[in-house]
Design a protein around this ligand. Sequence first.
Ligand code: ZN
Length: 212
Amino acid sequence: MEKILCGVDLGGTKLSAGLVNGAGQIIDKKIVYDHTAQSEDGIVKYITELVRQLLESNKVKEEDLIGIGVGFPGHVRYRDGYTITTSNLKGFKNYPLRDSIAKNFSVPVKLDNDANAQAFCEYKFGAGRGYEDLIFLTISTGIGAGIILNGKVFRGITGTAGEFGHTIVDLNSEFTCTCGNRGCLMGIACGLSLPQRFKSKIEKGVPTKLPV
Ligand SMILES: [Zn+2]
């Protein structure tokens, strides 16, 4: 059987897992939205279950996998697979996410920042094909970027290159970011900040067609 890959995208809103062939085509995927209230260990268990379900329903054996790649919505120490911090999920401060997942499987597990993983995917299979240098921007629950230089993910000295979502862009902003600061780009423009902005406008009497 052709060797395949398993990708897991642990997001601040959704958790998805997919099986992918060598050409980058998705064979099957599962998406859930009820993971965010769980603890770190609960999320590890959930990821393990999702991957096992995918393998089973597609009749794929674990040994047919090349490995499992996990994208995390926050700062990651790539070399030892620890999450450093995230403002998109509860917890995950210095948490050994890679090895916690790896102990449930017999194939290699890699953990990276989600924007880095997405940047590499665009470089390999998507809009970045044919280019050796590119920047991928993600504007989702949070905001971040992945950087590819000379065909490799650029991580920088601290491993957090491209994590620009908490750059303060408006010193007078009324919106508090999930990091606690005011005026972060994320605090103004990402998915998490939209309800705050909506509430503020409604309170100021801005008309809306939405039922409030
Ligand atoms: Zn912030």
